[in-house]
Each structure stands twice: as C-alpha cells, then as structure tokens.
Ligand binder design. Structure first.
Ligand code: CO
Length: 226
C-alpha cells in the first residue's frame, strides 16, 4: 500500500471513531460553523492549528501561507479575513509564527529562490524596518528567532491597517488580535502582542481610516468620474 492510501484508511478509522463516541457527531458538524477564532499561521507541516491548541473541528477558521504573512494585496488572505470578521464574527484573530521557520530563514539569505522571492520580499521588508535591532544581535540563530518574532508583530500591525478590521472595530467590540510564536523544541506557544479592539496606537496615523467622513472626491475621484 502506498503512503497516500494510508491516509484514506486513517480517515475511515477516524470517522468511525467519532461516530462510535457520538452518533450525532457529523450531523452537528455539517449543520453550521461558529468558530470564535481565525488562525493565520505558517504553512509548515509541523504547526497544525487544532492539534497544538487542543481544539476540535469547527472551532478555528484557518488561513495558512509561507511565514504567516498578512500582505495587503493578497486577495486570498483578505477574503478569508473578510469572511471571518464580517460573516463568522470571530472574536479573536491569532497570527501564529514559529521558530525555525524556513520562509523567514530564506528571507535572511541573499539567495535567489525564484518565484518565492516576491513573497519573501515582504519578510525582507520587516528585516529592513528593524535593521538596527537585528544587526545588534551577533548570534545568528538568536537574530533569526528575533526576526520570526518581529515578523509576527508586523503582521498583527498589518491586520490593524486593514479597513476590514478597522470597520469591525468602528461598529462593534471585536475582534481582538494576538501575535503568537510556536516553539518546535517544546511545543509551547509564547504570546508576543495583544491588541484590544479599537486600539489604533499600534499603527501610524496615516493608516487610520475615518469612516464617518464623507468620501472626498479628489484627483482620483475626478479621474474616475470623467
Ligand atoms: Co514557517
């Protein structure tokens, strides 16, 4: 038997086990989802959102990409974020990085990796924002660990910069945003930053939107109207 076929066998066993414990398990699972959490994590196979948090199917809405990035032109991430915030009304967004992240490591090198260079560029920009702090760290592994942490914090700030989050805060009391880092050596998650709803102090003024003001018809508006 090939390895991928074992996955299908394991799936059957899992479904049977769930039914044994609770005959209504799949009726309930299929009825609706009401997750309270959105997890934005790394695609790394060693950081499964539900297993490391002891949560069950239905509890966490998940988006994963290389190095848990929040890139403001990424339609995939933005669509997940909008759905999670506006439809599912998640209470907490978790940005979860991890030490030993291959994406972060690759961003620190000068190597040409092809297409993924463009994605890694976003992490290189985080490095650039924190050059002074990072280059004061002489131990290369410690500098790597610190960039993993700073990257999480910057992605939390990137979430706050979105109109999706700011609009939700303008009209309600959620979501809270948390920056976490997972340690592969001991399985523990460390908390790096917590942002309460409507706390815009983590971003500069130029990123804040004023939703109650009438839309200005500036140069762009005139161009669009003409
Ligand atoms: Co990673």
């Amino acid at each position: 038997m090939q390895k991928y076929q074992k996955l299908l066998l394991a799936n059957k066993a899992w479904a049977g086990e769930k039914l044994n414990l609770d005959p209504d398990y799949f009726t309930q699972l299929a009825s609706d989802q009401k997750p309270e959490f959105l997890w934005i994590g790394c695609a790394d196979s060693r950081v499964p959102a539900d297993q490391v948090t002891g949560t069950q199917p239905g509890e966490i809405f998940v988006h994963r990409n290389v190095a848990n990035m929040v890139v403001h032109t990424d339609m995939n991430m933005l669509s997940v974020l909008q759905y999670a915030v506006e439809v599912l009304n998640v209470k907490h967004i978790l940005v979860v990085g991890h030490y030993n992240c291959g994406g972060v490591k690759a961003s620190m090198s000068n190597k040409d990796y092809g297409l993924i260079n463009k994605w890694l560029r976003n992490i290189k920009d985080v490095y650039n924002m924190h050059t002074d702090e990072l280059e004061a760290i002489t131990d290369e592994n410690k500098r790597f660990d610190r960039l993993v942490e700073l990257n999480v914090v910057e992605q939390v700030r990137n979430l706050v910069k979105t109109t999706i989050v700011q609009k939700a805060w303008a009209t309600g009391d959620y979501p809270y945003i948390h920056g976490w880092v997972f340690n592969l050596h001991n399985g523990l998650i460390k908390s790096l930053i917590d942002v309460k709803p409507s706390d815009l102090s983590v971003i500069e003024d130029v990123y804040r939107f004023a939703f109650d003001e009438p839309k200005e018809v500036g140069v762009l508006g005139e161009v669009m109207l003409s």
